[in-house]
Design a protein around this ligand. Structure first.
Ligand SMILES: Nc1nc2c(ncn2[C@@H]2O[C@H](COP(=O)(O)OP(=O)(O)OP(=O)(O)O)[C@@H](O)[C@H]2O)c(=O)[nH]1
Ligand SMILES: [Mg+2]
Length: 452
């Protein structure tokens, strides 16, 4: 292939492919497709989050070279502001209610969080070449004593939703409260590890000019490191970016090395779009693996139940055949009806169609009773067994599979509960094959395309 394919082009192609191949599969297994299709719709996203007054808005203003966002010493922002640049549109502000209803934007799924959140989302389109191929999201500062009640929506869930979409998450702390804010604490421990990947998150200590002395700085830095290891569960600490605001700090106070640190951070942010396709593929990969384990469990259940079905079918067909041939003889000896039995009539050479009626009815009734017994008793029993011991349906031979199962178990049960006898012939085997093909063939091909 030789040359690297245009990323935007690749994203378009992937969008079509994924819609055609994956969307029906996700629907079949009652899985949410929203995340993937949202990611494929729009441009790369950098999400800036962190403590209140940690300098999020200041950093954004400095990055784009304009005063887009208000800044201030007390908690200032209580909204998610999506800042981007679309050619031909200048200085437009769009309210959340419009954004969540725009098919071309990836924000539709925020509707589920309610009016209160929607009124706290807006988009600002500014003219800035830096934002042509990406959007930066400024967010409400994390604070201490808050329940979803006084924000009016489930902040952690919303944060998780934005985190899921972001190609880079910049998590900002200031030296005064490096690890003590409740919402930051929860985000680090729960929301971010669940919704993003550690390589998509950068930790930043800002306002470093406000550390009065080395021990001050070390204490903050240490707290932050400790917090970080809580998230990654590792002992080695990834890079912590240090930054300061050149507009807020007198040039004479800027120490050697600071500008370089700050440039590294800005560079990291500007590089985020480069990871876009990779992230999309990672997300697709993860979610297709999730749908796969559901498909495997459902497939295994159907396979086992199918076996039980054939046992029932064979037995009922056997009985039906016996009754077809000899049932009328039995009836004849018991209740003297019918007059002529099938076999007798054949022996006599006086075979007559009406002699088929009684044997036929007996055989059909047997088959009917057999199929009722299967669907009303045997199928339900199989289902109960599977619901009680779902993990028995899949092989969990490594930690990855075990984690995947833990995450998807409730989805599997939901799917099983929705099955009926007809699903034994519902094309589930084919769906399972399609998923495997997507993972082994389509996805691989795309991974190859981006490294070439
Ligand atoms: N000394 C100093 N002050 C800073 C620095 N960066 C930001 N500030 C000031 O800190 C205050 C808070 O900055 P913001 O950018 O509003 O912080 P924020 O994180 O957006 O805060 P919220 O919107 O409330 O979450 C402002 O008064 C800034 O001028 C810095 O590096 N050094
Ligand atoms: Mg702000």
């Amino acid at each position: 292939m030789g040359h690297k394919m245009n990323e935007k082009e690749l994203q378009k192609q992937l969008q079509i492919k994924v819609k055609k191949k994956l969307e029906p599969l996700f629907a079949k297994y009652k899985m949410d497709f929203g995340g993937i299709s949202a990611a494929l719709k729009w441009k790369p996203i950098v999400l800036i989050i962190g403590n209140y007054s940690s300098g999020k808005s200041t950093l954004i203003n400095e990055l784009v070279g304009q005063h887009v966002q208000r800044t201030g010493q007390a908690p200032t922002d209580d909204s998610f502001t999506i800042i981007t640049c679309d050619k031909g549109i200048e200085n437009a502000e769009t309210p959340g209610s419009t954004l969540v209803n725009d098919e071309n934007l990836p924000f539709g799924h925020f509707k589920q969080f309610g009016e209160k959140l929607i009124s706290h989302i807006c988009m600002k389109q500014i003219s800035s070449p830096k934002l042509e191929n990406m959007a930066i999201i400024d967010s409400p500062g994390m604070i201490d004593a808050t329940s979803e009640n006084n924000r009016g929506y489930d902040y952690m869930k919303v944060l998780g939703e934005f985190a899921k979409m972001a190609d880079l998450i910049v998590l900002m702390f200031d030296p005064h409260k490096a690890g003590t804010i409740k919402e930051s604490y929860d985000a680090i421990r729960t929301t971010l590890p669940e919704k993003s990947g550690e390589h998509r998150i950068v930790f930043v200590m800002s306002r470093i000019d406000e550390c009065d002395n080395l021990s001050d700085f070390t204490r903050s830095y240490g707290t932050l490191c400790w917090n970080m290891s809580q998230m990654t569960g590792r002992k080695d600490i990834p890079h912590i970016y240090l930054t300061y605001s050149p507009t807020a700090v007198a040039a004479s106070k800027v120490a050697e090395g600071w500008p370089q640190e700050r440039d590294d951070l800005l560079q990291k942010i500007m590089n985020a779009p480069g990871f876009r396709i990779n992230h999309i593929l990672e997300d697709i990969d993860r979610q297709v693996n999730e749908v796969q384990i559901v498909a495997q469990a459902v497939g295994e259940f159907l396979k086992r139940t199918n076996r039980v079905f054939w046992k029932f079918a064979n037995i009922s067909m056997g009985i039906a055949l016996v009754l077809f041939l000899f049932g009328d003889i039995l009836l004849n000896t018991l209740i003297a009806f019918p007059d002529t039995t099938l076999i007798a009539s054949i022996k006599n050479g006086s075979f007559d169609l009406p002699t088929l009626v009684v044997p036929g009815v007996l055989a059909l009734m047997t088959l009917l009773i057999g199929s009722l017994a299967f669907s009303k008793i045997a199928f339900k029993r199989q289902l109960r067994k599977a619901l009680a011991n779902g993990s028995d349906l899949v092989t969990l031979d490594n930690d990855y599979r075990k984690n995947l199962w833990r995450k998807m178990e409730s989805k599997v049960l939901e799917n099983l509960r929705g099955l009926s006898v007809n699903d034994l012939w519902g094309g589930y085997g084919r769906s399972q094959l399609k998923i495997e093909n997507f993972l082994n063939y389509d996805l691989k091909k795309y991974y190859e395309k981006i490294v070439n």
